[in-house]
Design a protein. Structure first.
Length: 765
């Protein structure tokens, strides 16, 4: 079954009148009866509604490590009502209530249900056409690869939400089914970085020794070389694997092409539709799975060349590697299905999906092979040389396995969620993906790297950050909706990486630790981009951790990890999770305790102390504000000028375009800016900066001063019609101005920061 995943900041919440949804919560202290009929009765009593059992559908029912979780979605005419659901957590043995959370509203009037039932439905062809036109009109990331959709009630009308995976991220297009008009369109990039003898492990697994980096290969551009590596093991390698052969999924291409123009997730599921040339990715994946299960099992051994496939990880090369020249070993297909996409026209507009697999890396020839592989750090990160050396894949396999080992020791034991492997693909050569790593759908992907950045396949803080998104996905559910910029996702990914780092290093410091992003004092509500907003979340969580470890060392680490995982369980599938919701659930998880590890309430003071000074109020009191405008338009997390909606500008090489930014600050009772405040505007040195050619840009930031709340800083910016670096397939470049607020006396880290994104499209005369 295809699951619509809504782990995205504030997705379409503007369409839902929150006043119409009544939020109700109680815990075991008030009522321990978790029977749904009883719960619904209590919900009706508290809400004044008259909802019936048949108004709800059970869509998730699973055991977690510390509770049993059920989620019921409110529906009408067999369609869900957006954001309206009841979630119940109960004890694994007694089934007594731990927590109930309900977000419910009035029933959809019968007249509307009948009207919808008799209305002409929006067919799949029209849905695809509207979604394609909407995305291509937007102009950002238009290589469309997969479509799924669902219909639901939004403000008492049926809206079709179309989820479209593109090359670099995901589009959501909302279409009213009654008039086929686009209600809204949002885009989110994939969750990215912004940085001997074999020993037995049971009859199905074996391990080999390896030299690996415990944290990273370099910091501040300085290689650590061999002095940075330690002896360890590649654990849980499978003794048997599936044999891919020459092309394991060749049969899927017999008599069938997978043209983008014929993609149809409805007709592609029917035999009649497939005869007409239509196809659906879900059907292709189901066929691929059947093929995989029929592939012959072969010994994974040094005699034939052992591959990196194990209990917790599979590591392969991206299919684009086969186009590189100079690889000194035969590239063999993997058994892991991975769709490949190629252009079918000269204008690079229409695409075709080719059912393929990834490529196997450099096989292990002996038990000492992984121990002796060279880890040279090349200034230009020459991808072919790295492939021939064969070290990157060793490092990635070790890092993925280590994440599971570290977290399982500290409470990540949820059935299936804590055992399902992650897949890794190295060396995606697409120029639009360069200098990054990204996560999607149980998979971590690595790109190629320029001389301006480091090799992220050798940076465990990046690997564990990206996999942190995966752990959060699993623990917090497919239906989680974040109600801010998405900062919780980035912050918790940073923090999960930090938990693994602390466990691996046993709490000891290391070269470059002081430069980690999680060490900050960034305030909440003073940012406009998910990675910056994530600093407030991750920094606060790290402050809690540091306080606990200062008191109890590694025991404190285990307690905070256990607390964090429990808070994730208790916010599973929240329809509109805010910072207040997150930390309130942290306090509830702390109040419950988890004996014998955690006593009730023992971390409460650490949580509250860490929130102090972060521009945060659990009571909902007003917070301080940082307003950044482009002309008269405020730059928000989702509007024009944001990361997801860079302002497009077409310029010839000798032309320029001017922009006027302005900054205002306003303090609150719980957070005071310290005037005079310095504003620094950075154009080159921030994460993934350097593509646009700004006039008068330099490594030194521009500086302005605000002496009081009444002052306004005016910041003129000018861009030219040429790109210092092309980072989009169409020859354009996307970049941003980084506007940072430094309170008086701050020297290490600003507490407020926002970004202004542009996309320059060079034009020839």
């Amino acid at each position: 079954m295809n699951v619509m995943r809504f782990l995205i900041a504030g997705l379409f919440l503007s369409l839902v009148s929150l006043a119409e949804v009544k939020s109700i919560r109680w815990t075991y202290q008030e009522d321990k009866n978790s029977d749904f009929a009883h719960v619904l009765q209590r919900v009706n009593e508290k809400s004044g509604l008259q909802l019936k059992k048949q108004d709800f559908k059970l869509i998730e029912n699973r055991p977690l490590a510390t509770s049993h979780f059920r989620m019921y979605v409110q529906q009408a005419a067999d369609l869900p009502v957006q954001g309206q659901l009841i979630r119940i957590w109960s004890d694994l043995e007694s089934r007594e209530t731990i927590q109930v959370e309900a977000h419910v509203g009035e029933e959809i009037p019968e007249a509307l249900v009948k009207r919808w039932g008799s209305a002409k439905k929006l067919d799949s062809a029209a849905t695809l056409r509207i979604a394609r036109e909407t995305i291509r009109k937007n102009g950002e990331d238009v290589q469309l690869r997969d479509f799924t959709w669902k219909d639901e009630w939004v403000q008492k009308r049926i809206v079709r939400t179309v989820k479209v995976k593109a090359r670099r991220g995901t589009h959501w297009v909302m279409i009213s089914t009654s008039d086929a008009k686009v209600v809204d369109h949002r885009y989110e990039p994939f969750l990215q970085a912004d940085s001997g003898n074999s020993s037995s492990q049971g009859e199905n697994y074996f391990s080999v020794p390896a030299m690996v980096y415990p944290i990273w290969e370099e910091y501040e551009g300085v290689p650590l070389n061999l002095n940075g590596r330690v002896r360890s093991e590649l654990k849980y390698l499978s003794t048997e694997v599936r044999e891919g052969g020459e092309n394991p999924y060749q049969s899927l291409t017999e008599g069938q092409r997978y043209l983008e123009s014929f993609f149809d997730p409805i007709r592609g599921l029917t035999e009649e539709g497939r005869k007409l040339g239509f196809w659906a990715m879900s059907y292709v994946k189901s066929q691929a799975h059947q093929i995989y299960e029929q592939l012959p099992r072969v010994q994974n051994s040094f005699k034939t060349g052992a591959i990196l496939e194990g209990k917790y990880a599979t590591v392969n090369f991206h299919p684009s590697v086969k186009n590189l020249e100079g690889v000194n070993f035969a590239l063999r297909p993997s058994s892991q299905f991975r769709p490949n996409w190629i252009y079918t026209d000269a204008n690079n507009e229409m695409m075709e999906m080719i059912p393929e697999s990834g490529l196997l890396g450099k096989a292990l020839a002996s038990s000492e092979d992984a121990l002796n592989r060279v880890a040279q750090r090349l200034a230009d990160h020459n991808v072919v040389q790295y492939i021939n050396d064969g070290f990157d894949e060793i490092q990635v396999y070790w890092a993925v396995t280590q994440l599971f080992e570290s977290l399982r020791k500290m409470g990540f034991t949820d059935p299936e969620l804590s055992t399902r492997p992650f897949h890794a693909y190295l060396y995606d050569t697409d120029i639009s993906m360069r200098d990054n790593a990204y996560y999607t759908d149980d998979t971590i992907n690595f790109t190629t790297y320029s001389s301006q950045t480091h090799n992220m396949a050798r940076d465990n803080s990046t690997i564990w950050h990206e996999l942190g998104h995966g752990v959060m996905d699993r623990m917090m559910g497919d239906h989680l909706n974040l109600a801010d910029t998405g900062g919780l996702s980035e912050g918790m990914a940073d923090f999960l990486a930090q938990l693994v780092i602390k466990e691996v290093t046993q709490g000891k410091t290391f070269d470059g630790y002081e430069k980690m992003r999680i060490l900050n004092h960034t305030g909440f509500y003073l940012t406009s981009e998910s990675h910056d907003d994530g600093e407030a979340y991750g920094g606060t969580m790290n402050d809690i951790l540091e306080k606990a470890m200062a008191k109890e060392g590694l025991v404190g680490l285990k307690k905070v990890t256990d607390l964090t995982l429990e808070a994730m369980r208790l916010t599973r599938n929240h329809p509109a999770l805010t910072a207040n919701d997150w930390f309130s659930h942290m306090l509830f998880a702390d109040e419950r305790g988890n004996l014998p590890l955690r006593k009730s309430g023992e971390l409460r003071d650490f949580i509250l102390d860490s929130l102090s000074g972060r521009n945060f109020s659990l009571e909902g009191e007003p917070t301080a504000s940082f307003t950044l405008k482009n002309g008269e338009e405020e730059i928000t997390a989702s509007g024009p000028g944001s990361r997801n909606r860079p302002i497009n500008i077409e310029l010839q090489s000798d032309e320029t375009a001017d922009y006027s930014l302005s900054v205002n600050l306003k303090s609150s009772a719980n957070y005071q800016f310290k005037f005079p405040v310095t504003i620094k505007v950075q154009l080159r040195q921030g994460p993934i900066q350097g593509a646009i050619h700004w006039k008068n840009e330099s490594d030194t930031p521009l500086e302005y001063v605000l002496r009081s709340e009444q002052d306004t800083a005016l910041i003129p910016l000018s861009v030219t019609g040429k790109c210092d670096e092309v980072n989009r397939p169409d020859g354009s470049c996307v970049d941003y101005a980084y506007v940072q607020i430094w309170n008086r006396g701050e020297k290490v880290e600003p507490q407020a920061k926002k970004r202004f994104y542009l996309r320059v499209i060079p034009q020839s005369k």
